[in-house]
Design a protein around this ligand. Sequence first.
Ligand SMILES: [Zn+2]
Length: 247
Amino acid sequence: MQYIVFDLEATMSHTTDMPQYIIEIGAAKVSDVEGELKIIDRFQSYVKPPQMDLLDKRTLKFVGLTTDQFIDSPNMVEVMQRFRKWIGEEDYYLCSWSNSDLRLLVNHYAKERYDLSWVKNFNDIQRPICVDVFQENRQISLKEALTMSGIEQDGELHSAGDDAVNTAKLLVKNIKNIVATTSEDPFAQIICALYKNCFICGKTTRHNDLHLNEKGKKTNRCNTCWERINEENLAKELEGKANIKVQ
Ligand SMILES: [Zn+2]
């Protein structure tokens, strides 16, 4: 199986109900070359939004681009066709840093219909890298993960092409801790607001069973993981105190 690591950039929304438009897609193809995982191909395309005024100042500043880069770019329908073709016929795991780009694909699809047949066997590699590799109970940024892994950053951050390659480098480096799985409908877990995946154990959890923080806001951890982490922290604290006593 190959790995297709993808990343998207989108217009910024100023209010929570303001729709976002995908403006760039980048991807890296990772495959076994004589027993070693390697990045064997790259894909990058800007996407021309339905209206050019969707590219506001804040968005352009964030991605470090000007409107010129988008004027002659293909639209989302064309880009998705090209991307599907680039993926090829060999089977693959689809990987991304967090599942926020999956959400973007659903949200944008509500406004423009395009080929989504390539979305299958999805694996969020941020979770295993944060939780299993770095033993962190929080979402680490791509930049931080690269630094912590001692990987030299390729190109610019917030450029979909470069972010995809950097995510692919993290995948290759940490492959021993990443158990990629297959699933036909990766959208099922994100289109229903009733369920969320626990960031720590990955289990699909009913919204009501997620832990509430002190402010009464839902966290991204299930109650079981929350209690376990609390107990571990408490144990560490007690251990620390015990050490002080011994000294
Ligand atoms: Zn959990």
